[in-house]
Write a protein that binds this ligand. Sequence first.
Ligand SMILES: C[S@@+](CC[C@H](N)C(=O)[O-])C[C@H]1O[C@@H](n2cnc3c(N)ncnc32)[C@H](O)[C@@H]1O
Length: 363
Amino acid sequence: MDVARVLHANGGAKEITYAKNSSAQKQVLSLTKPFVEEALHDYFGGTHIPDKMVIADLGCSSGPNALIPASEIIDTVHGQCQKLGRRSPEFMVFLNDLPGNDFNDIFTSLQPDFFSKRREDEQCRVAGVPGSFYGRLFLSRSLHFVHSSSSLHWLSQIPSGLDAKNGPMQNKGNIYITKTSTKTVMNTYKQQFKTDFNLFLKSRAEEMVSGGRMLLTFMGRMFDDPTTKEGFNHHMEMIAQSLMNMVSEGIIPEEKVDCFNLPCYVACTEEVKDIVENEGSFVMNRLESMQVDVVDCEGDNVLLSRGERVARMVRAMLESILGYHFGMELMDDLFTRYVDVVNSYLQTANYKFTVFVLSLTRQ
Ligand SMILES: C[S@@+](CC[C@H](N)C(=O)[O-])C[C@H]1O[C@@H](n2cnc3c(N)ncnc32)[C@H](O)[C@@H]1O
């Protein structure tokens, strides 16, 4: 599967869109706002404010979250400039995502509102940059601030060796790492994350100015052992369980589940730290973890059952990939089953995810 071509959050034409089902990611943005402000204050601590400031948000998606980071960054810099009694810089904001992203939504419905809220003395331009953040996207030494939220747990590809076309099925009945996954499966996932994250850092290192800041939030895991049940892997098991229900009724052939592995990886802090240190271009200012309860996020769909809310959120992000592999026509059935699995799980447990906040400075 060519992940960069297939993956996209559900956009305008879909019934269940990311725009209407992203309050959990919005909560992540609001929890990490103080870290963004901290990074900007450190960066501009003295009078070190450029006349032109270039900001990139990577994996911006569509819907109301897409312009939140840029607004917050501009507001913070503007406040800092006012304190220092100087003019705000001119801002260039680059919004990046994969080519299948609903960029139209951003530029037709959101951007006018974004501009109407900007002050008269703020000069600001916004541009969309389709492409994978696992590789170069921008001119060398051009970016002052890079932001990315809820995106870097996506891999560039299904880990090599675990893609359907690449040989024997190695992770039977699973779609991600679980207790029954082999060591080879675990290592293959870990290696793919290492390769991707290293390439991400190398690419940004070339694009950022010296002293530039990068604030990344992405899903992670609390435990070193990737098979310990927690937010993300447990949640993938519930999707696998729903798929296996469909296998038992003859709706999906078993091999179809056996040969599918999700192109995501939730790392532990040690793994992230090692990659940043070995790559060597960035100073690590912070690496922290937070717990986010995705069910109790205010906002979208408050009248729905908790299971339905979770299912819509997951569907808005995973439908492109799951539908491509299993068939779009099966997605209603799959997610109806998934609602039941999640509702029954939520009777006795909560639904928390681990999110990492990583704050870096380009050396
Ligand atoms: C859960 S959404 C997060 C959107 C937004 N940042 C937010 O906080 O609501 C993850 C986004 O990352 C994008 N993404 C995944 N892999 C990517 C890649 N290699 N390059 C660029 N964007 C990617 C997806 O297309 C998706 O829109």
